[in-house]
Design a protein around this ligand. Structure first.
Ligand SMILES: [Zn+2]
Length: 189
């Protein structure tokens, strides 16, 4: 498996491991996803072929990094490192255990979050505009959501029940942070 998850670059820009590539786009099928051992909406597998589509995750790799607790950018384990959420998701108080954030964006290492922000002008703009939130994640868990039959029909062109979509990350405890915290370093704090 070593090397399979190495970071690919597009010009000088590191491409997040879970990002979709153009050769993978528009060919979704219902198949057993090996990362969750369950029927799921699956994109074609052709990482590195064509152009990366930043901001659009590959269904299988999105589930892979989330259920295995890996960084969205470098695909290495998050465990034991400062974990960061860069997400447009707002706090919801509907969780049984109080406030939570439910997001589809996988978590990233702090230094990887900085790389993402430095290479993506829209992330930086959204953080400054207050529509993208920087959070240091202290406790989280993942969930796999099942799609409605209508959604499966729309994505994959077949009518099936019990098909998984994206994995979701539920933030249970976190600290609100900002760009200056991200830029201050201390990646292993
Ligand atoms: Zn990383």
């Amino acid at each position: 498996m070593t090397g399979e998850r190495s970071i690919l670059r597009w010009g000088s820009v590191p491409v997040p491991y879970a990002a979709l590539w153009s050769a993978e786009e528009g060919k979704m099928t219902v198949d057993v996803c090996r990362h969750i051992n369950h029927l799921a909406c699956c994109d074609a597998e052709a990482r590195g072929v064509g152009k990366p589509i930043f901001g659009k995750p590959h269904m299988g790799r999105q589930r892979e990094v989330i259920v295995n607790d890996l960084c969205d950018l470098c695909a290495r384990p998050l465990k034991g490192r400062t974990k960061v959420s860069l997400s447009h998701a707002r706090v919801s108080a509907t969780g049984a255990e109080g406030a939570c954030v439910m997001q589809v964006e996988p978590l990233v290492h702090k230094d990887c979050a900085l790389v993402c922000v430095q290479h993506c002008p829209s992330l930086k703009r959204d953080i400054k505009a207050g529509t993208l939130f920087v959070r240091q994640v202290l406790k989280h868990r993942h969930q796999i959501a099942l799609l409605t039959t209508a959604a499966v029909q729309e994505f994959c062109g077949v009518s099936r029940d019990g098909v998984a979509g994206h994995a979701k990350v539920e933030l249970q405890r976190w600290k609100d942070r900002d760009l200056s915290w991200l830029e201050a370093g201390g990646a292993n704090a």
